[in-house]
Design a binder for this molecule. Structure first.
Ligand SMILES: [Zn+2]
Length: 445
């Protein structure tokens, strides 16, 4: 009798830790380096994918590239009973729109939506870029293979679609090739605007830009480390919200940062051989990426990227100068590394899309008390098994401590002083999957 009880107890504890779903390991294994190479080679073979390049040809230029990507998404969809809704989305840009636009052109994203079964209007997005550039970003005729920047990110989104479309999810997943990146993040702006207009509830966008180079310009070789860039707080926050941070904290706890922590933790759990590096900034120093236009509208979003860049192999005409071979050619792409970072994306999207919606209206109190109180609300509580109430030292980057609770929407943590830690809450589904952690936005008196 005692043995039976012990077994039952172990089974139950395993469920709510959310770390034992073997489907996640299957997803890691299914991502194929060969398939990624196939996608990248095909993209490179279009010669240039500059935003202003040829659109009539079937073999060269941005038009041929985006039609081919759309066709590949449609092929993937035909293997999952048409589970993907594939379409072009975008707008026309003209020279008046910016200083890197030599002529009018259609900036078209290729979007593939896998609708969620329970929360179809709630979206996890993975993006790469279709376009490439030569040394001069307005030069639309010179070859610009853009193998690493950013055929790798584009290929990753296609490969994630191929693998994840074999499963059904509660939330929707969007796989997208964005355009006009090198001209000023236009494709991202257009899709973010479209999402806003269509009232998409975006859990987060995971933008992939350069996920294939393992040898840095300084000679460092590393095929396990990658960077997760995230902005500290929501740029749409009000003055009052900013003022509140001075008194209640939250300087490093915006929604994009919570998404970054989520990706860090999921990777450490399911792919412990990898070294994710959280970088506490929007993007690299003075440089941009396609998650920014989403952040601009208040959507959580991060950038996934290689750890060691090689500047002679990005934004360069293919040439040899003073004995240095310049150019973003496919020979420098490490397909196994692209596979690893694609798997990082895929397992995070699967976890998020299987998890319940995150708690809302999280409130915290405990001023001049030896305990902390938290209270929260939950959409669709019937899908939730319990909650993880997290805390961490104010200087720690990760949620290091938690207490698990069930059948309640409030908790008092006795003996824990509010002043010395930061707190947050996630929802844990009946299937064990966990939402992102939500930082309190209200005060309990
Ligand atoms: Zn670039």
């Amino acid at each position: 009798m005692k043995t039976i009880l012990t077994i039952a107890f172990l089974t139950m504890t395993n469920v709510f830790y959310g770390q034992v779903d073997t489907r996640i390991y299957d997803i890691v294994d299914k991502v194929s380096a060969e398939k990624l190479e196939y996608y990248i080679q095909n993209l490179v073979d279009f010669g240039t994918r500059n935003t202003f390049s040829e659109t009539e040809s079937d073999t060269r230029g941005i038009g041929a590239a985006r039609r081919w990507i759309k066709g590949e998404f449609e092929t993937i969809s035909s293997s999952c009973n048409d589970c993907l809704d594939v379409f072009f989305q975008g707008e026309t840009v003209t020279p008046e729109d910016g200083n890197r636009i030599p002529k009018a052109a259609e900036v078209l994203n290729v979007v593939a939506v896998q609708k969620g079964k329970k929360y179809p209007n709630s979206y996890v997005i993975m993006s790469g870029d279709i376009d490439s550039r030569a040394s001069d970003t307005q030069d639309f005729t010179t070859d610009a293979p853009g193998a690493n920047d950013n055929a790798t990110g584009m290929a990753g989104a296609m490969e994630a679609a191929r693998v994840l479309s074999q499963y059904e999810f509660d939330h929707s997943i969007v796989y997208v090739g964005l355009s006009g990146e090198e001209q000023g993040l236009y494709g991202g702006q257009f899709l973010a605007k479209y999402a806003k207009e269509n009232d998409w509830n975006i859990i987060g966008i995971i933008n992939n830009d350069m996920i294939g180079n393992i040898e840095g310009v300084d000679g460092v070789i590393d095929n396990r480390t990658f960077r997760i860039f995230s902005e500290a707080h929501n740029p749409t926050e009000t003055d009052r919200e900013r003022q509140m941070k001075r008194f209640y904290g939250g300087e490093v706890d915006g929604a994009s940062r919570q998404l970054a922590r989520y990706v860090y933790e999921t990777t450490k759990t399911y792919m412990p051989e990898m070294n994710p590096m959280m970088i506490y900034r929007l993007d690299r120093f003075g440089r941009g990426g396609h998650h920014k236009p989403f952040n601009d509208l208040g959507f959580p979003g991060i950038r996934i990227m290689e750890a060691h860049e090689n500047y002679t192999q990005q934004h360069q005409d293919v040439r040899v100068e003073d004995g240095v071979a310049y150019g973003d050619v496919i020979e420098h792409v490490n397909f196994n590394y692209v596979k690893k970072l694609t798997a990082v994306n895929a397992i995070n999207m699967a976890n998020l899309a299987w998890a319940p919606p995150a708690p809302t209206e999280v409130e915290i109190g405990g001023i001049v008390e030896p305990s902390v109180r938290l209270k929260w609300k939950q959409q669709n509580p019937e899908d939730v098994k319990g909650y993880k109430v997290y805390w961490r030292s104010t200087t720690s980057p990760t949620w290091d401590h938690f207490r698990y609770v069930e059948n309640t929407n409030e908790i008092t943590l006795e003996g824990i002083v509010i002043d010395n830690f930061f707190f947050g809450i996630s929802s844990v589904g009946k299937n064990g999957h966990e939402s992102v952690v939500v930082f309190p936005s209200g005060i309990l008196r």
